[in-house]
Design a protein around this ligand. Structure first.
Ligand SMILES: [Zn+2]
Length: 72
């Protein structure tokens, strides 16, 4: 479901960017979006929401890695 834009922070290069807010598998969590600067998928929402839910994002990133969605 498209819910407008969300601010993301890349955990690899620290870049902050704005990307469409797409729910991750029908959860309340915005799916990580690819960093436009370094191409990493290891991104999470910027700010408090992302900080509080970093544990959940770690699981999502692991899943992305398993599915080889991360291009290095
Ligand atoms: Zn980056």
């Amino acid at each position: 479901m498209f819910k407008g834009f969300c601010s993301f922070k890349c955990t690899q290069c620290g870049n902050k960017f704005s990307a469409p807010h797409i729910e991750y598998l029908a959860t309340i969590y915005p799916a990580p979006q690819q960093c436009p600067q370094c191409g990493s998928m290891i991104t999470r929402p910027a700010g408090l929401f992302g900080k509080l839910h970093e544990g959940i994002y770690r699981k999502i990133w692991e899943k992305y890695e398993e599915e080889n969605l991360i291009n290095k």
